[in-house]
Design a protein around this ligand. Structure first.
Ligand code: FAD
Length: 297
């Protein structure tokens, strides 16, 4: 089957590619809740929906189930995330065949984090050490999938330097990835500097900012400590001043994320990827109160 590069069509002059990222719920109630929330988000015309792949392959089948169900119910392009953790190249091939059978459109190709309780990523015998190798497998044997890879505006925590990390990103694009979706960030200045450095390094693929609207301080502290995202001082101070007032914190988080989106669009970013965490409330508020350029749906 020939490569379509449909993923790239979501981004381009005058368009904003909008995508939402879900995770596989653990319970039937969680799944019902997810689809109710997604119904509201689909009204904003996303270009595609992605579903994460649990640490160490823990959600393998559920990731495919959810992505497949989103495709059937909403008729939207879907992406499955896939990591190399605990998998041989043949395991990855098997997953990709199943994804093909379920009519999944795109793959978000990742190395993955070490499984719980382990300090460092360990290469599985017969598996891959880096995401670029998974991209290579996709390009060589599964040309029907378009491919997104992860980028880190504030550097991947294991990288020796931002430049080395950008070299890695370039390698993933050179291996055949189509777009970059970034780790979440709260400082647009850091993202824009990263974008410029990527351009300087010869990365021409669309770099789509990943945003997670913060809706409470406890959540943001946990998340930023995990991924190393920097919280601008003023934003943090406002959240701290409203501790114990959940509605107030929600409003502050929504306001910050809305300003981020507006500025990013002004700065010419090709799209926005929302980490919605299976909930519509924050993203719907942000998107409901702004007029984005035409989405590429
Ligand atoms: P890689 O690109 O392989 O990079 C890993 C590290 O190795 C980096 O520090 C890089 O600089 C370095 N490196 C790469 N190549 C070389 C080389 N040749 N020599 C030396 N160093 C090198 N995790 C999940 O478990 N499931 C998910 O569904 C998931 N979805 C994600 C979606 C997005 C958009 C993002 C941003 C992250 C996601 N993650 C997910 C987290 C991701 O798995 C981790 O951040 C992981 O630690 C790195 O994955 P990667 O694909 O970026 O790795």
């Amino acid at each position: 089957m020939a490569r379509t590069r449909r993923l790239l069509d979501n981004y381009g002059p005058g368009k904003i590619g909008l995508s939402f990222e879900l995770f596989p719920p653990k319970t039937p109630e969680g799944e019902t809740d997810l689809f109710q929330n997604l119904r509201e988000l689909v009204a904003f015309g996303p270009s595609f929906i992605t579903c994460t792949y649990g640490a160490g392959g823990s959600t393998r089948d559920k990731t495919l189930d959810i992505a497949g169900r989103v495709k059937r119910e909403f008729g939207l392009p879907v992406a499955s995330h896939l990591t190399c953790v605990g998998a041989t190249a043949d395991d990855l091939r098997q997953y990709l065949r199943e994804a093909r059978d379920r009519d999944i459109d795109y793959i978000v190709a990742l190395r993955g984090d070490p499984p719980k309780g382990e300090e460092a990523f360990r290469v599985t015998e017969g598996g891959y050490a880096y995401a670029c190798e998974l991209v290579g497998l996709l390009r060589a044997e599964f040309p029907e999938f378009d491919v997104a890879v992860a980028g880190y505006p504030e550097m991947h925590p294991e990288a020796v330097s931002l430049d080395a990390d950008i070299d890695n990103l370039k390698r993933k694009i050179d291996c055949g990835a189509d777009i970059v979706i970034t780790q979440l960030f709260y400082s647009n200045a850091r993202f824009l500097e990263f974008r410029d450095r990527c351009a300087g390094a010869g990365i021409n693929a669309p770099i789509v900012p990943g945003l997670l609207p913060v809706t409470n301080l406890t959540q943001v502290k946990r998340i930023t400590s995990m991924c190393g995202a920097h919280l601008p001082e003023e934003f943090q101070a406002r959240l701290e001043a409203s501790e114990g007032q959940p509605q107030e914190q929600f409003e502050i988080g929504v306001e910050h994320a809305s300003r981020q989106v507006e500025e990013l669009v002004r700065e010419g970013t090709p799209g926005v990827h929302f980490y919605v965490l299976n909930k519509s409330r924050a993203a719907a508020r942000i998107l409901g109160q702004m007029s984005l350029p035409e989405s590429a749906r």
